[in-house]
Design a protein around this ligand. Structure first.
Ligand code: FAD
Length: 448
């Protein structure tokens, strides 16, 4: 760098800069603290200054200045990522896009917005047109659309629409390059997806266009069962049934639901619990299935009741399950796993038998990007050591289960088989020729 990052505000005084070191440090973090390994590895990694632009022109000015001066840029949405994705490893500018957040339009079953829009706001803005977002991570209240694309996977809704990466979910993105004179381009379809889940390391996403789903007055239920296998079968049967419209099927092996202190009045301690979000017309069939599997419906809220209570069960699913457990017991962590669609029930049962007590079985049912029905796990671990954590993940791999390791911050290490899609690096050469975006997160770039 010819100019220190901390001197940049003098060059662009009209931009909203944050220079207070404690605020800069806070805005350099995400939820990597769920992992004791990442907490250790990322300690002390902070940006030098934060820029919070409000318009495309302001973003262009900050990015152009950084490119001219060779200052690293790490893009940030709301900082709810889990792997230190928006933590700068080499200082520089944290480019906080949360103020670049306009909803642009909803036409038919397609919506478009600036990257910093919160998912809850996007969802809300589509509802008057009878539409809603296809997937909501459990962080939807604060997470941004750009952050979900840059670092996320999917969430509630993935049981019908698969992850974001499934073809047809994300239709296009507008991208800015990091160059002295930044360029702005629209990418469509598969080409746009080369910027997905790359931690903002190969382009700055300005706008996203996504396919939507018909808005539905979702019903929220909890079902308890005493038998692990019966609970797994009910979740599978209900989740896979194509005639039953649903948004979320979450399986919580005992004693995970005991960590949900705010729901304790509805739950029996020690029960296995299914958390289900379904269309009202699916309810009577669900009731038949619950009775057949020996379950108990112990909580039921209509969409109106959910809206009035400001509490949704969605904020108990996906990695919110881990968050609630961590609030009660700081000695926990988690792993992420993807089960084989052909034999996921057998895999789950074998692993439950092998690791019960140490690994608590949390499953999210979904469709893969190819459309197969299966479950992914966000198992809660009673943490003892890094070595034991690695052994547990290996036990999973030995059963043929994919591990998406959440204790690493390099993109390739978290992905299955350590592979990047072939075009990802070409995108980086195109949109970040100087290698200034989130340096240290793409191993293939470093070794190229
Ligand atoms: P950030 O954390 O700010 O950024 C994420 C990554 O994207 C960073 O690498 C950043 O550099 C990059 N980025 C951000 N904006 C842009 C942009 N405009 N252009 C290019 N790159 C960009 N994830 C799921 O998929 N599903 C879940 O259900 C889910 N549940 C979670 C629950 C909890 C309790 C927590 C802590 C996390 C969860 N996550 C989940 C992870 C995370 O919340 C989501 O991925 C979320 O969408 C990230 O959005 P964000 O705005 O906070 O992104």
């Amino acid at each position: 760098c010819t100019v220190a990052a901390t001197e940049l505000p003098q060059h662009l005084p009209m931009i909203d800069w944050i220079t207070d070191p404690s605020r800069v440090a806070r805005l350099s973090q995400d939820f990597a603290w769920f992992s004791p390994v990442l907490k250790r590895d990322l300690q002390g990694k902070v940006g030098e200054v934060v820029a919070r632009p409000r318009t495309e022109e302001e973003i262009r000015q900050v990015v152009g200045l950084c490119a001219r001066e060779g200052v690293p840029i790490t893009v940030r949405g709301s900082g709810t990522g889990n792997y230190g994705q928006c933590t700068p490893l080499e200082g520089g500018v944290v480019l906080d896009l949360s103020a670049y957040n306009s909803f642009l339009w909803c036409r038919g079953q397609v919506g478009r917005a600036q990257a910093g829009i919160r998912l809850a706001d996007f969802d809300e803005r589509c509802r008057p047109q009878g539409q809603e977002l296809r997937w909501l991570p459990s962080t939807f209240r604060s997470a941004t659309l750009g952050g979900l694309f840059g670092g996320g996977f999917g969430g509630a809704g993935s049981i019908t629409y698969g992850p974001l990466a499934a073809p047809g979910n994300v239709l296009g993105v507008k991208v800015m390059s990091v160059e002295p004179e930044p360029q702005v381009l629209e990418l469509r379809g598969a080409e746009a997806m080369l910027l997905h889940h790359t931690y903002g390391a190969n382009g700055i996403v300005l706008e996203l266009e996504v396919a939507l789903a018909p808005a539905t007055p979702w019903l929220e239920c909890l079902v308890e069962l005493d038998d692990f296998e019966a609970a797994l079968q009910l979740a599978s049967e209900f989740g896979a049934a194509p005639g039953l419209l649903k948004k979320e099927v979450c399986f919580l092996g005992a004693p995970i639901a005991d960590y949900f202190t705010a729901l304790a009045e509805h739950l029996t301690p020690g029960a296995h619990v299914l958390l289900l979000v379904l269309a009202p017309e699916a309810e009577s069939t669900l009731q038949e299935m619950v009775a057949r599997h020996g379950g108990r419906l112990c909580y039921r809220k209509s969409a109106d009741e959910v809206a009035a209570s400001h509490r949704t069960l969605l904020e108990y699913t996906w990695n919110h399950t881990t968050l609630h457990a961590l609030k009660v017991d700081k000695g926990l962590t988690y792993i992420q796993s993807g089960f084989d669609p052909q034999r996921y029930q057998a895999q789950v049962l074998a692993l439950e038998q092998a690791l019960a007590g140490e690994v608590l079985m949390h499953l999210e049912f979904l469709r893969t990007k190819e459309g197969a029905f299966t479950c992914s796990g966000l198992q809660i671990i009673r943490y003892s050591s890094e070595a034991r954590l690695n052994e547990i993940m290996q036990t999973y791999r030995d059963q043929g289960v994919f591990i998406n390791n959440p204790h690493v911050y390099v993109v390739e290490d978290g992905k299955q088989a350590g592979q990047l899609a072939p075009g990802v690096l070409a995108m980086k050469r195109r949109f970040d020729p100087q290698g200034l975006l989130n340096p240290g997160k793409l191993r293939s770039w470093m070794s190229a």
